[in-house]
Ligand binder design. Structure first.
Ligand code: GDP
Ligand code: IMO
Ligand code: MG
Length: 423
C-alpha cells in the first residue's frame, strides 16, 4: 500500500503527528518536496521532536526513512538535525537514505532569499529565509547543483566557480552585497558531501522494489496545498509541488502505484507568512486560539495567523489532491467555544463564487459567507472513541466531511500519540 499524506490547508496541519502515527504500519517513509522550511512536530510523552528534513517516521525503529529527489537540502541543516536526533538516542544509519538527485541549498540561496524579502518590504512573501525559493529557481533554470554533483570534486569545483561568478555579480550589482569566496564555499561543501555521502542512494529503485514486494510506503508531504507552487495562493506560496501529485516526480514512483491519499486538515485554519486569508479571526479570538492551539511556527517561531474553518479552500484542496479521506487535527482547540463558524462560500461583487479564485487580488476582496454551528463545553482531549465525542463536535466533523465530499478517518485531539481517534 502506497499512501500519500498531504497538508490540505496552508501547512502546519499536524502532518508530523499523523505521519508518526501511521508510520507504525509502514515500512518506508519518504519526503517528496520542500526543505528545511518545514517543521513537523512529533510529541512522545514528555519529549518533543521537531523535524525539518528527516521524515517523521524516524522515531520508529525498524523503518527506512528517505529524502526523495524533489526535496532541496541545506547540508548544514541536515547534519545538525541528524546530530540532534542522534544525541536523543535516535538511530540514523542504514535506516536513512537520501536520493542523490536532491538539489543542494548554498549560502547564496539563503542570502538571496533574505535580500529579496527585504527589498520587497511590505510586499514580502514572509518566507522562512532558508533559501528554498532561490534553490528551486536554480533547479528550474538548470544552474543548480545536486548531491551527486558534489561527489566528483573536480567537476564540482568547475561548476561552482561558474555559478559563483554569476551569483556574486548579482549580489554585488543588484543588492550591494559582498558575495562569496570560492575556496570557503568549496571546502565547506566538500566537507558536507563527504559527511552525508554514506546516506546517498537511488531512492526510486528502492521504492519501486518495495512496491513490488508489497511493502507499505508513506509519502510525507511538507507545507500544504495552498502553498503549492501551482495551486496555492500565488505568489504567497512556497516553490515546490506540495500537493499529493508531487509525490510522483518527487520520489520516482509512478502515479499508478499510489493507492491512497490522506489529507491532513486542521479543525480551523492557520497560515504563517503573508498573503490572503479570507476567514482570518479578529484580534480577540486570534489571541485566544493562538494561545490554546500553541500556534507558533515550528521553524521560525513566528506566530501563526488563525481563522475559521474554510470549506471553500479545503474542498478545492480535496479536489486538487484527490483526497480519499481526511485526518482532522486540533479539534480539542475548539473546545469551549459557544459557537463555531464554517465558511461555505465567498461573496465577490455581490455574487457567490463557486470555485476557489486563482487571482490573489480577488481573494483579498471576497467576503466569506459563514454557517454557524453550536459549540461544545466538554474537554475532548481525553476522549479515545468517536462515539464519546460531544454530539456537537461530531456534527461539526460530519459537516466538514459533507462539504469536502470525503470521509474523516482520523481525529486528533492533542499532540500526543494516544490523543488520536480512529473512525
Ligand atoms: P506540521 O507542519 O503539519 O507537521 O504541523 P506542525 O508540527 O508545524 O504544527 C502542528 C502543531 O500542533 C504541533 O505543535 C503539534 O504538536 C500540535 N498538534 C498536532 N495535533 C494536535 C491536536 O490534535 N491537538 C493539539 N492541541 N495540538 C496538536
Ligand atoms: P510545514 O511542512 C507553514 C510558508 C512561509 C511563507 C511561504 C514561502 O511545517 O507545514 P518558503 O520559505 O517556503 O519560501 O516560504 O511558505 N511556509 C510554511 N508555512 N508550514 C510550513 O511547512 C511552511 N513552509 C513554508 O511561511 O509564507
Ligand atoms: Mg509545520
Amino acid at each position: 500500500m502506497n499512501t500519500v499524506i498531504v497538508g490540505a490547508q496552508w501547512g502546519d496541519e499536524g502532518k508530523g503527528k499523523i505521519i508518526d502515527i501511521l508510520a507504525r504500519e509502514a515500512d518506508y517513509i519518504v519526503r517528496y518536496q520542500g526543505g528545511n522550511n518545514a517543521g513537523h512536530t512529533v510529541v512522545i510523552g514528555k519529549e518533543k521532536f521537531i523535524l525539518h528534513l528527516i521524515p517523521s517516521g524516524i522515531l520508529h525503529a525498524g523503518k527506512v526513512c528517505m529524502i526523495g529527489n524533489g526535496v532541496v537540502i541545506d547540508p548544514q541543516a541536515l547534519i545538525s538535525e541528524i546530530e540532534g536526533l542522534k544525541s536523543k538516542g535516535i538511530k540514523i544509519n542504514s535506516n536513512f537514505l537520501i536520493d542523490n538527485r536532491v538539489h543542494i541549498i548554498f549560502p547564496y540561496h539563503r542570502v538571496l532569499d533574505s535580500l529579496r524579502e527585504d527589498r520587497k518590504g511590505r510586499a514580502s512573501i514572509g518566507t522562512t529565509r532558508r533559501g528554498i525559493g532561490p534553490c528551486y529557481a536554480d533547479k528550474a533554470a538548470r544552474i543548480g547543483l545536486r548531491l551527486c554533483d558534489l561527489f566528483d570534486e573536480q567537476s564540482f569545483a568547475k561548476r561552482l566557480k561558474e555559478i559563483l561568478g554569476e551569483k556574486n555579480e548579482i549580489l554585488k550589482k543588484v543588492y550591494n552585497f559582498k558575495g562569496f569566496g570560492f575556496k570557503e564555499v568549496y571546502d565547506t561543501y566538500c566537507g558536507y558531501s563527504r559527511k552525508i555521502k554514506k546516506y546517498s542512494s537511488d531512492c526510486y529503485r528502492v521504492l519501486n522494489q518495495a512496491a513490488k514486494d508489497g511493502k507499505n510506503v508513506l509519502f510525507e508531504g511538507a507545507q500544504g496545498t495552498l502553498l503549492d507552487i501551482d495551486y496555492g495562493t500565488y505568489p504567497y506560496v512556497t516553490s515546490s509541488s506540495a500537493i499529493a501529485g508531487g509525490a510522483s516526480p518527487g520520489t520516482g514512483i509512478g502515479p499508478s502505484r499510489i493507492d491512497k491519499i490522506i489529507g491532513v486538515v486542521k479543525a480551523y485554519t492557520t497560515r504563517v507568512g503573508e498573503g490572503p486569508f479570507p476567514t482570518e479571526f479578529s484580534a480577540k479570538l486570534m489571541t485566544a486560539i493562538q494561545k490554546k492551539g500553541e500556534e507558533f511556527g515550528a521553524t521560525t517561531g513566528r506566530s501563526r495567523r488563525c481563522g475559521w474553518f474554510d470549506s471553500v479552500l479545503a474542498r478545492y484542496s480535496a479536489i486538487i489532491n484527490g483526497l480519499d479521506e481526511i485526518a482532522v487535527t486540533k479539534l480539542d482547540v475548539l473546545d469551549g467555544l459557544k459557537t463555531l463558524n464554517i465558511c461555505t462560500g465567498y461573496r465577490y461583487n455581490n455574487k457567490m463564487l463557486m470555485d476557489f479564485p486563482s487571482n490573489t487580488e480577488i481573494l483579498n476582496k471576497i467576503e466569506p459567507v459563514y454557517e454557524e454551528h453550536p459549540g461544545w463545553e466538554e474537554d475532548t482531549s481525553r476522549i479515545l472513541e468517536y462515539s464519546r465525542l460531544p454530539l456537537n463536535s461530531r456534527k461539526y466533523l460530519k459537516r466538514i466531511a459533507e462539504l469536502l465530499e470525503t470521509k474523516v478517518s482520523i481525529i486528533s485531539v492533542g499532540s500526543e500519540r494516544k490523543q488520536t481517534i480512529f473512525v
